[in-house]
Design a protein around this ligand. Sequence first.
Ligand SMILES: [Zn+2]
Ligand SMILES: [Zn+2]
Length: 236
Amino acid sequence: MAILTFLGTRGGIEEKTETHFYHSSLLVQISKPYPFRLLIDYGRIHAYSLSLLQPDALLITHGHPDHYLWTFQTADSDVPVYLTQEILSYGEFSPCNPKIIVPYRQFNIGPFSIFPYRVLHSICCPAIGFKIVLPDRKIVLYNPDLVDIIAKEHILPGADYYIGDGSSIKTYLVRRKGEMLCGHTGIFAQLKWCEKYGIQNIIFTHLGQDTLSRIDDFSKLYPECALAYDRMKIAI
Ligand SMILES: [Zn+2]
Ligand SMILES: [Zn+2]
């Protein structure tokens, strides 16, 4: 069994609520075959310091500051940070203990098997998603910020959990932020992907303005999935 804690669930937006305040970040904890704490993404607005969280490893999807603290800041931590060379080069600062990973090249962190795959999201700041195989063989996909997954037919089949981009419900958003082009596909499109490949457990994090504005009737409209909120914990 693994415990997933959504430490933060807010996208890179100004809007916030009490339950969607911290930038999207997920802690995956297991106790068997031995205790391990894997943190995925750690942005500028976070609930806890790394010294308090004590992750054994940190995985980064991309270099936008709502996912990667080191874009504009530094942190006093020697936790191994797994990231692509693109992310490392993008940041103004670097983690003390970076571990370079390559898209489509499987690697292990503690008892987890990780497969990083390409997602379309930003031209200046290329992003990856993670296929995480837990020690009990359950498969979790984590791609909180994306327009599309490259070669979905090789990534989505067999997944038990899909954790996706909750920026908007139906709108396809592509916007310019300074020189950065940032894109998001809607929840509706991601639900179609999950339906096509038979993924049963679907959770959206990284909430944006559109989704936050319709949060009250969301569960009635889309009962097949859940919206994460800050500190939501699930056992899988
Ligand atoms: Zn983001
Ligand atoms: Zn982003």
